[in-house]
Design a protein around this ligand. Structure first.
Ligand SMILES: Nc1nc2c(ncn2[C@@H]2O[C@H](COP(=O)(O)OP(=O)(O)OP(=O)(O)O)[C@@H](O)[C@H]2O)c(=O)[nH]1
Length: 315
């Protein structure tokens, strides 16, 4: 967590977080703009606030809750946007706090196997690299497996990252058997005393059935080596896709039995509220968020800080 970081790093991360989520909080402000121009919060104003929150991707449940809190608390000060932001941040934190769970390396026997799934372009490769980097920084032995054998570019990209971070990678030929490759990777990781094996998977095959079969096969092979494996099945989501991210969670829950989420590209999108909607709707652990393209841009998050950033609440 950011609490464990040296002061300078923590400050930088906080800046990045607030900077990255600026468009999300600005969108929220725009949607709420003019609502507090004066007068009491009557039903019509409450309706408009509720609509504004839904349009900001925070989800209908959250919007309804904030509406009823506003009605209950009889917040009727004209222009009291600060109080509204505080209330929104409060509600967001309540939803995020139970799901904020960093990926911990706890598996025994080692290695802990983390299967990473998600559609192409979601930021899967970059996220794997960022996770690997974080684990290396914590002194874990890390290995990657290029299980997206469907595309040569995916294998090449992951290899570049592995070399850059300085971790071993198991690759195979394009079009090769992904489950076989993963089997070899676990054997090698076990023999080399690796702590954590991060496995990339295809984001798209010819059709959904094939993708499902492929993921199921990889999981079957892993389960035969160790019943607890894969220990984590992490879905990488692109925040810029907005509500579409929710559909992807549903699909991959069915396809791969996901155990947690990472949401990327929270920087530079106005749709960051979707993280809150996802947390609320599915209650799946959110392991980390991505707010940029560099290796240091993925972190576990502090729910309070993130809630403040989304609600545009300055410290
Ligand atoms: N701004 C921003 N860009 C990101 C983030 N994460 C990844 N990206 C960028 O998004 C693009 C796609 O990321 P990849 O990691 O290649 O995505 P992928 O899901 O592996 O995609 P394929 O290689 O097409 O399968 C790249 O240009 C990344 O640099 C993030 O948190 N913020």
């Amino acid at each position: 967590m950011t609490d464990d970081l040296p002061q300078s790093a923590a400050t930088t991360w906080q800046d990045r977080l607030f900077g990255g989520l600026k468009r999300t909080s600005e969108r929220l402000s725009e949607n709420l703009g003019g609502l507090f121009s004066g007068g009491k919060l009557d039903n019509a104003t409450l309706d408009r606030i509720e609509d504004a929150l839904i349009v900001s991707d925070l989800g209908p449940a959250m919007a309804a809750r904030i509406r009823s809190r506003l009605a209950d608390e009889k917040l009727d000060t004209p222009g009291d946007e600060t109080a509204l932001r505080a209330l929104i941040a409060d509600e967001i934190e309540k939803v995020l706090a139970p799901v904020a769970k960093p990926l911990d390396i706890v598996a025994f026997p080692r290695p802990q196997v983390i299967l990473v799934v998600g559609v192409n372009g979601s930021g899967k490769t970059t996220t794997i690299a960022k996770l690997a980097h974080n684990f290396v920084e914590q002194d874990y032995g890390v290995m990657l497996a290029a299980g997206d054998t469907f595309r040569a570019a995916a294998i090449g990209q992951l290899k570049i990252w592995a070399d850059r971070i300085g971790v071993p990678i198991v690759t195979g030929p394009e079009g090769g058997d992904a489950a076989g490759l993963v089997y070899d990777a676990v054997k090698r990781a076990t023999a080399e005393g690796i702590d954590v094996l991060i496995v990339d998977t295809a984001g798209r095959l010819h059709n959904k059935r094939e993708l499902m079969d492929e993921l199921a096969k990889i999981k079957r092979v892993l389960g035969r080596l160790n019943a607890a494996s894969p220990h984590d099945v992490v879905l990488v989501l692109d925040a810029t896709t907005g509500q579409n991210a929710l559909t992807q969670i549903e699909t991959f829950r069915e396809l791969a039995g996901i155990t947690g989420l990472v949401m990327t590209k929270l920087d530079g999108t106005a749709r960051g509220g979707v993280l809150v909607a996802a947390a609320e709707k599915f209650g799946l652990p959110v392991h980390a968020i991505g707010v940029g393209e560099t290796i240091d841009d993925l972190r576990p998050f502090d729910p309070r800080q993130l809630a403040d950033a989304i609600a545009g609440r300055m410290k």
